[in-house]
Design a protein around this ligand. Structure first.
Ligand code: NAP
Length: 256
């Protein structure tokens, strides 16, 4: 199947490692040009080398509107267009109701949510020209809760709401907007979380047993396949959707 992604320029926040890294790699395999916005220089360099230079890393931790504006300007200067955005960068930072503070709560939302808006806002004039596609990486925690992580979950819920809101606002430009909700994906972020338990291996096995399909984690590549499909013309009539790529973890019968 030709996804028609060759030479398409796609911004990928957090695009050097984990889920974002797999999305960048998949885009490279399709001949697209990912722009990796991620401070992880070593992993980013490896991906740019894999692309034979047909990729760009912007090694920053996105936070301010000015940074997002600069990302868009740098991309346009180098490639002249933007065909898609994958909002993916984020971290489950454990700012809860009982053990957080109002300041940490606000900071967590800012870290996890605001750059999703900034990047799309500044890329919009170019997305209108290309009739581009947007993918927001949210989380099942937005619909199930997790406990102890109010800021992250509030941001993830807002990303789902913005997916619908942007899908509507951008209808006149034929820009499609969709969200993916991963549940349990073994990435560097997941590994450091699992290692925070006294017996990480036992905890991992306990979680695996609860994943209906195959009793295993989703791979970053399985999330990437959905993201790449949604970016492609093959998803040409899909917009405003929340897609669960989770082996049935969120919805299937608990007794399975
Ligand atoms: P990861 O392993 O930590 O990889 C994320 C990458 O993004 C890292 O290279 C990280 O750099 C970078 N990054 C973080 N914040 C950034 C920012 N503000 N600007 C630019 N780069 C930034 O995380 P992941 O597990 O792949 O998670 C990716 C997305 O999936 C997140 O939105 C997360 O909420 C969502 N998700 C993941 C899971 C899961 O099971 N893994 C489940 C549900 C949702 P540093 O390492 O230097 O921070």
């Amino acid at each position: 199947m030709d996804l028609n992604l060759k030479d398409k320029v796609i911004l990928v926040s957090g695009g050097a490692k984990g889920i974002g890294g797999a999305i960048s790699r998949g885009l490279i395999e399709e001949g697209a040009i990912p722009v990796l916005i991620d401070p992880s220089e070593k992993e980013g360099k490896e991906l740019v080398a894999l692309a034979g230079g047909k990729a760009l890393q912007i090694p920053i931790r996105l936070f301010s509107p000015e940074q997002a504006q600069e990302v868009v300007q740098t991309t346009i200067k180098k490639f002249g267009k933007i065909d898609g955005v994958v909002n993916n960068a984020g971290a489950n930072d454990g700012v809860g109701l009982e053990h957080g503070t109002p300041e940490k709560f606000a900071q967590s939302i800012a870290n996890n949510l605001f750059h999703y808006y900034h990047l799309v806002h500044y890329a919009l004039p170019f997305l209108k020209k290309s009739k581009g596609a947007l993918v927001n990486i949210s989380s099942k925690t937005a619909v199930t809760g997790q406990g102890g992580t109010s800021g992250y979950v509030a941001a993830k819920g807002a990303q789902l709401a913005l997916t619908r809101e942007w899908a509507v606002e951008l209808l006149p430009y034929q820009i499609r907007v969709n969200a993916i909700l991963p549940a349990e994906v073994y990435t560097p972020m997941y590994e450091s979380w699992i290692n925070s338990f006294p017996n990480p291996e036992e905890k991992l096995q306990e979680i695996n047993r609860k994943i209906p399909l195959g009793k295993r984690m989703t791979t970053p590549e399985e999330i990437a396949s959905m993201a790449i499909f949604l970016l492609s013309d093959k998803a040409s009539h899909i917009t405003g959707q929340h897609l669960y790529v989770d082996g049935g973890y969120t919805h299937l019968d608990r007794s399975l």
